[in-house]
Design a protein around this ligand. Structure first.
Ligand code: FES
Ligand code: FES
Length: 155
């Protein structure tokens, strides 16, 4: 297979690297670029632990090919701290102890960031829909939904 040279913006920095057509974005981020917040949970699009923002929208990086990132802006939790909602969400989750092991946390925070950037007046229903693809095996969802709702209320 012929490799491809791709360029994209990763957390505010220009990145250029050669990838194979079958390389998965999650593996490239973690294995070659040292980005550890997106994680392999299910590796088939079900759990949301591999969530990243691509051009401001959440994507499952376990289902995206690295070549799809060519020309895109990719933001992971490592680089999302400059976003207003990400900062507020992280503070609120910390205050509320809304996570336990934290394995789902990067995906949840990025999904909530996408939601609140689009709709700062999000309702509980909007929040539940927005994080429906982010599975948490620890806390149950009440503290998570509550922390996001409280962040939205304090906007
Ligand atoms: S690892 Fe990508 S959705 Fe589960
Ligand atoms: S806090 Fe452990 S998976 Fe969500």
């Amino acid at each position: 297979m012929k490799s491809h040279q791709i360029k994209f913006n990763l957390n505010g920095e220009a990145v250029s690297l050669s990838v194979e057509p079958s390389d998965v974005l999650l593996d490239v981020l973690r294995g070659r670029l040292g980005i550890k917040s997106p994680k392999a949970g299910c590796d088939r699009g079900d759990c949301g632990t591999c969530t990243v923002l691509m051009n401001g929208r959440t994507v499952r990086s376990c289902l995206a090919l690295a070549v799809e990132a060519d020309g895109a802006e990719i933001v992971t939790l490592e680089g999302a701290n400059t976003r207003k909602w990400t900062q507020k969400l992280q503070k609120k989750f910390h205050e509320k102890n809304a996570f336990q092991c934290g394995f789902c946390a990067p995906g949840v925070i990025l999904s909530a960031t996408e939601l609140l950037e689009k709709n700062p007046k999000a309702t509980q229903r909007d929040i539940k829909e927005a994080i429906a693809g982010n599975l948490c095996r620890c806390t149950g969802y009440e503290p998570i939904v509550g922390a996001i709702a409280e962040t939205a209320r304090e906007r």
